[in-house]
Design a protein around this ligand. Structure first.
Ligand SMILES: [Mg+2]
Length: 214
């Protein structure tokens, strides 16, 4: 198979699951909800859980149900110091550099955060573009519409011969249903429809689908 493009989730896909930076962003989201929406501290977790289950992301729920300004919320919550937690990834850089097809970031986070993380991993120049939440909003992964928008933005007429990497099972399942070769990265939980699974993103070239590229 000649791969036409690969789409990579950012957080906990390009760096390992459970990295401290995710907790930092989560704390900032909680602070925003507590101070801007006056939600009591002890109710923030269940409040966010409700929004996540109903809308797929906390941010989307805040915009639709509470009229929150998306830019304000995302800039506030992603304003964290990730310098100590996200380190250069030379093995991933080599793997990305070894494959000739276009590579894109497809994230439910925002571009400022994605750019900073990619710079810290020292792989930002390995990608041909970043599609973020503002590009797909109000659709976000796992909505099929978000995937369709991203394909359109990259000039691809279909998901055929396109690879998708993500840590969230529901995103991987949707990608598979839409025709992507869907790879789950890490072990967040079982994906029912993944075409393949790898523990670490830097090992993606070991997958059979990349056999012709090594
Ligand atoms: Mg992720």
């Amino acid at each position: 198979m000649k791969i036409r493009a690969a789409f990579f989730d950012l957080d906990e896909t390009l760096y390992p699951l459970g990295n401290h930076v995710v907790a930092l962003v989560g704390e900032r989201m909680n602070q925003y909800i507590e101070t801007e929406l006056s939600i009591p501290h002890e109710e923030v977790a269940s409040f966010r859980d409700h929004l996540y289950r109903k809308y797929g992301t906390t941010a989307k729920g805040l915009v639709i149900e509470h009229g929150v300004n998306l830019t304000d919320f995302l800039h506030y919550s992603h304003n964290v110091d990730s310098g100590k937690d996200i380190l250069p990834a030379p093995k991933l850089r080599r793997a990305l550099s070894d494959v000739p097809f276009p590579k894109y970031i497809f994230t439910n986070a925002e571009r400022f955060h994605a750019t900073r993380i990619l710079k810290q991993l020292q792989i930002i120049d390995c990608f041909d573009g970043i599609m973020d939440v503002f590009d797909t909003f109000p659709d976000t992964k796992p909505s099929p519409k978000a995937f369709e928008k991203v394909l359109w933005m990259t000039g691809l007429d279909s998901s055929e011969d396109c690879v998708f990497f993500d840590d969230y099972p529901v995103n991987v399942d949707t990608a598979h249903e839409l025709g992507f070769y869907a790879v789950q990265v890490g072990r967040r939980g079982p994906s029912e429809r993944a075409d393949a699974q790898i523990d670490r993103i830097e090992d993606f070239l070991t997958l059979d689908i990349f056999a012709g590229y090594q």
